[in-house]
Ligand binder design. Structure first.
Ligand code: E4P
Length: 217
């Protein structure tokens, strides 16, 4: 399973790259707003750092507007993936972009039939938001299983990118289900590495090491 970093914070992306845990990056307007920086400046820096796919989201809500923005965003680098919301207009834009060979990530997906439409439109990635479904008492990971089953039934090439990941169990379940990608906030990457028994075990080893004679007699 590929790890994308769900962030527009260049510092976090650098830390994930140093750990070998940044196969790509996903951004969205809320993540960019959190940086307080211009999107163009942030995107330019991310493109210089990350060779893998970088999702950059359009903000127009009509297909023509989305296509215009997509063409500008694509100029930032060959690894740019155009992130398009799962609207009827978005599907029109995805269809046109896929015919032009431009990679797309269809975002704000909350149902398996929406995912089916995105695949038929030629999306490169589908982003089902598991955490936001959990928030309204629906099982986000069940949706991932459903989409994977449908895509396997019909051998769609569209990759399942698990989004709105909130904790390590989402990552575990995504990997067990065989999702292609999980896009992970850096705070969750940190949680993934930690285990209280690792910390306790290391503390004991280091304490015992102090008891080992160091000098030859
Ligand atoms: C996906 O690409 C989105 O950027 C993101 O995963 C949304 O996560 P959230 O629901 O935590 O905002």
């Amino acid at each position: 399973m590929q790890f994308f970093i769900d962030s527009a914070d260049v510092g976090e992306i650098k830390k994930a790259l140093a750990l070998g845990l940044c196969d790509g990056v996903t951004t969205n307007p809320s993540l960019v707003a959190k940086t307080g920086r211009r999107f163009a400046d942030v995107l330019k820096e991310i493109v210089a750092l990350v060779p893998g796919p970088i999702s950059a989201e359009v903000t127009a809500t009509d297909a023509e507007g989305m296509l215009k923005e997509a063409r500008e965003l694509a100029k930032f680098g060959p690894q740019i993936v155009i992130k398009v919301p799962l609207l009827v207009e978005g599907l029109r834009a995805v269809k046109a972009l896929s015919q032009e060979g431009v990679k797309t990530n269809v975002t704000l997906c909350f149902s398996a039939v929406q995912a089916l439409l995105a695949a038929k439109a030629g999306a490169t990635y589908i982003s089902p938001f598991v955490g936001r479904l959990d928030d309204i008492s629906q099982d986000g990971m069940q949706l991932i299983g459903d989409i994977l089953q449908i895509y396997r039934n019909y051998r769609f090439d569209t990759k399942v990118l698990v989004a709105s990941v909130r904790h390590p169990v989402h990552v575990l379940q995504a990997a067990k289900l065989g999702a292609d990608v999980a896009t992970i906030p850096f705070s969750v990457v940190d949680q993934l590495a930690k285990h209280p028994l690792t910390d306790a075990g290391l503390k004991k080893f280091l304490a015992d090491w102090e008891k080992v004679p160091k000098e030859a007699k």
